[in-house]
Design a protein around this ligand. Structure first.
Ligand code: SAH
Length: 451
């Protein structure tokens, strides 16, 4: 095979979309993945990375334009890398997401004849995110904030992100100006000077509460109290301010210690009528509108009844277990992270739910220890999916219904292949939780085969 050369200009037609949402061009040099190139479009492409058989490129000149191409609403959409579909219609994005799930099931899961439903999309796929974390830096005397340029630590300033809660943009702007006023410098990674590394903002859709977390490099800093006092005065929508200290040289945003500077230190949100307290570390789904659709789909698939025992595996803060609890005899939620387990226990108390047992454990170890009996299992593992040992234990305990929620079609398909000798795949429902990005969530309804 011939080699591609960096900076070369090639001409080609987009014949497919990659699992990361890039346009795919096939050439004699191998495939080229191109940012923002839509299916069917022809373009001149500049090669930005030349590899053996796989290269990357950007559009230099569009020759033919897809009818699905639109002007991006975000000025930095190509540089930021967070939203690969800002330049395409939402219908195009949803078609792609369905195709991605279908392809994974066929190619990775080797499963034929499985129908995938149309993706359940948003009415308005904008300003949905309830959590954002933004790096701060200094440009001459000005404090700037924004997003890291894709795969770098260079900040591209951005005042208003198209997918985050609009309140966050106004708060970030106020923080930047107050940092200048009180001489509180952003942290500089290269010289390890300055104070504020990141600002994290979480918002509650149901109560409108707003949490601001100042991630700093030090335990305390001059001007802190006046800064916070003025911030909550000019942005009265803020309900709590927390200082998190992270002194480590790391890409992980939050450090180990938190100090509440204003308010209760947490916010409360509601999902399908249940209350959840959210601290700065709690895992909570980022799309509060679609999460209700996701959970409703999962609960419908589970067809719960009052005599059922339910395993809520990979439980997080037990959102699914708590929503299911009123409909079953007993729920057992299993989660690895201690902080999430503590949140789960508090959430059970907050909602006066008593028929739930919350266990801090690795799901694979938990299930293989005693092979406990369950009528229904709902599992929601992280991106890497489940383990062969967990899945084979599920096949032994034979729940009559199994609901698999996944945020990665590739690992979902891999796991479905393992389950498919014991369970029938009855329905596959993708839900758009991460609009404008290439990520797609899928809920699968499985039923035990007649033995
Ligand atoms: N069901 C929850 C959380 C899903 S995210 C919700 O809808 O909000 C996946 C969760 O699985 C995370 O909370 C993660 O901490 C947990 N997890 C990851 N590996 C695990 C394992 N081996 N055993 C138990 N839980 C695990």
């Amino acid at each position: 095979m011939l080699d591609m050369v960096k900076k070369n200009i090639i001409r080609g037609k987009c014949v497919d979309i990659s699992s990361e949402g890039k346009g795919v061009i096939k050439t004699v040099y191998g495939v080229v993945f191109v940012d923002s190139l839509l299916l069917g479009e022809e373009a001149e492409i500049e090669i930005t990375y030349a590899g053996k058989g796989v290269s990357y490129g950007v559009i230099k000149r569009l020759i033919t334009m897809s009818k699905d191409r639109i002007a991006p609403k975000c000025p930095i959409s190509t540089a930021c890398g967070g939203c690969c579909f800002q330049n395409a219609t939402y219908e195009y994005e949803l078609r792609y997401k369905k195709h991605k799930v279908e392809e994974a099931i066929k190619r990775i899961g080797h499963l034929e004849g499985i129908k995938v439903n149309d993706v359940l999309g948003m009415n308005n796929p904008e300003h949905y995110r309830n959590k954002i974390q933004v790096p701060f830096a200094k440009d001459h005397k000005k404090v700037i904030y924004g997003f890291y340029k894709s795969k770098t630590h260079k900040i591209i300033p951005l005042k208003q992100c198209n997918i985050e809660d609009e309140k966050a943009g106004h708060i970030l702007e106020a923080i930047a100006r107050l940092m200048e006023k009180y001489h509180i410098d952003p942290y500089n990674e290269d010289y390890r000077t300055g104070i504020i590394r990141h600002v994290l903002i979480r918002t509650s859709r149901s109560t409108n509460e707003v949490m601001v977390v100042l991630v700093s490099n030090v335990d305390t800093f001059p001007g802190r109290n006046n800064f916070v006092k003025e911030l909550v005065k000019i942005r009265p929508e803020i309900s709590t301010v927390i200082q998190n200290t992270n002194k480590r040289d790391t890409n992980v945003i939050l450090g180990e210690s938190d100090k509440v500077l204003f308010g209760r230190g947490f916010i409360t949100d509601e999902i399908l009528g249940l209350k959840f307290n959210i601290s700065c570390r709690s895992f909570f789904q980022v799309n509060p509108i679609q999460v209700e659709i996701l959970y409703k789909t999962a609960l419908n698939f589970a067809k719960l009844s009052k005599n059922d025992t339910l395993l809520d595996a990979y439980a997080g803060v037990c959102t699914i277990g708590l929503l299911a609890a009123p409909h079953v005899k007993k729920v057992t939620s299993v989660e690895l992270e201690k902080s999430a387990v503590i949140n789960g226990i508090n959430n059970a108390r907050l909602n006066s739910i008593n028929n739930i047992e919350i266990i801090e454990a690795d799901c694979t170890e938990y299930i293989n220890k005693e092979l406990p009996k369950f009528d229904v299992v709902i599992m929601d593992p992280p991106r890497k999916g489940s383990t062969p040992e967990f899945l084979s234990a599920i096949k032994k305990i034979k729940p009559s219904r199994l609901v698999y929620i996944s945020c990665d079609p590739a690992t979902l398909a891999r796991d479905l292949e393992i389950l498919s000798d014991t369970f029938n795949i009855e329905e596959v429902q993708p839900v758009d939780m991460f609009s404008r990005s290439f990520h797609v969530e899928t809920v699968v309804c499985l039923r035990l085969k007649e033995q």
